[in-house]
Design a protein around this ligand. Structure first.
Ligand code: CS2
Ligand code: MG
Length: 402
């Protein structure tokens, strides 16, 4: 089966998405998500200018060989742009292979290891009371696991709080908006939030929290210890993870489970974290960590150290990524949980998909391939709209981690 053509589709049904579509001489095509929030056009160019020319004429069935060709052949290995481009090719080729076999990708991987994929939704509010109500709303929607984020008194633009009732969309302006961060306000506030959440909603619902890279390791250790009475499912991105060894300090101070990895793009970003069991969940994704082929390797390493998967699934990862991720999640033996931030109706219309939500679980469906398509005509109605992620500064004006 020869690759006869490929195209990059950039569309903005409420937010920007980049999708690679690969066509073959047997009339089958596959799609892959290539969206990198705030840097979409970098990946679009990488694919159009440097990848598609070397794909034409290759055998679409040789997924591993093409992965190795694009990874080793880049010379300048790894990085979010390169690995998102490779991921899009990989996902599209798995999609094609599933369609050729007449099977959903999870069957090609080894079949279902579970009946459904446990997901967590995002509840957020301007203050504790509003956040408690929002968690209650997600419980009524059937979620068994819910991430809770709240506005913090005195902190402008605390992470994770949606404007109005719309879905939380961080990339909110063509040039980065500026937010302010105050660690001591946050460290005093967060335990009060979860104390109230447990008082009102009890301990049956799984609660998660995203620190979003804001703390130093010792501060993260302190927060993890202060949150232990509230039995979080995980505390995410508690400190920047470029220095994987920093998590040794966090681990010494708390038993609160740790999750990291949504911004990782290869197994090397998490090797120490996994091998030293410094984390409990690895958040790497199909779209940013080299596709299904590389995510399988990361999950296999993680399984040796009893680390479970917890893939990122924010609105800036398209339904094409979600479809591929759910096929992976249904199969992967050491599955933990899947993030599920619902897309807008316009997005779902551009990306018709087979996955369904029921009582706190998603299922990829049994369509051949990844179970997601793209309506090119509809996608063309939503032109690219330049947006960037915010930045964060400390109260003294110094740059910090958004
Ligand atoms: C967040 C993301 O969902 C999460 O865990 O960290 O919303 C993240 O802020 C965005 O994906 C950045 O584009
Ligand atoms: Mg996160």
């Amino acid at each position: 089966m020869k690759i006869t053509g490929a195209k990059v589709i950039v569309t903005c049904p409420g937010r920007n998405f980049v999708t690679l579509k690969i066509e073959t001489d047997q009339g089958l095509y596959g799609i892959g998500d290539a969206t990198l929030n705030g840097r979409e056009l970098s990946v679009a160019s990488y694919l159009t200018d440097h990848v598609i020319p070397v794909l034409i004429g290759r055998d679409a069935s040789r997924i591993e060989d093409i992965w190795q060709y694009l990874y080793r052949g880049a010379y300048w290995r790894r990085g979010p742009v390169t690995m998102s481009a490779i991921a899009a090719v990989d996902t599209a080729l798995w999609d094609i292979k599933g369609k050729a076999a007449g099977m959903p990708v999870y069957q090609l991987l080894g079949g279902a290891s579970r009946d459904g994929v446990l997901v967590y939704g995002h509840a957020n509010g301007n203050d504790i009371e509003h956040t408690v109500d929002e968690v209650g709303r997600y419980i009524e929607l059937g979620y068994k696991a819910i991430r809770a984020q709240s506005g913090i008194p005195g902190v402008k633009g605390a992470y994770g709080v949606a404007k109005g009732t719309m879905y939380y969309e961080p990339a909110d302006s063509a040039l980065p908006s500026e937010t302010v961060w105050n660690t001591s306000s946050y460290l005093n506030f967060a335990p009060k939030l979860f104390d109230k959440l447990r008082e009102v909603h009890g301990y049956d619902v799984e609660l998660l929290h995203d620190v979003h890279h804001r703390l130093t390791p010792i501060e993260a250790g302190r927060l993890g210890r202060d949150l232990e009475p509230y039995r979080l499912f995980w505390m995410e991105d508690c400190t920047p993870a470029e220095n994987q060894e920093a998590f040794r300090l966090v681990r010494q101070h708390t038993t609160t489970p740790l999750a990291v990895g949504e911004i990782f793009n290869s197994i090397h970003d998490c090797r120490t974290l996994i091998q030293e069991q410094l984390i409990d969940y690895i958040r790497t994704t199909v779209v940013h960590a080299g596709g299904i082929t590389h995510l399988k390797q990361i999950a296999a390493l993680a399984a040796l150290y009893q680390v479970r998967t917890g893939s990122h699934g924010a609105t800036d990862l398209s339904p094409a990524c979600m479809g591929a991720a759910l096929n992976f999640d249904l199969w992967v033996p050491n599955f933990g949980i899947q993030e599920y931030m619902r897309h807008t109706e316009e997005t779902d219309a551009v990306f018709p998909h087979a996955y369904t939500f029921d009582d706190g679980y998603l299922h990829p469906g049994n369509e051949p391939g990844i179970g997601v398509d793209i309506d090119e005509a509809l996608a063309a109605k939503y032109p690219y709209d330049p947006k960037q992620l915010p930045v964060a500064r400390l109260t003294d004006g110094a740059m910090w981690n958004w």
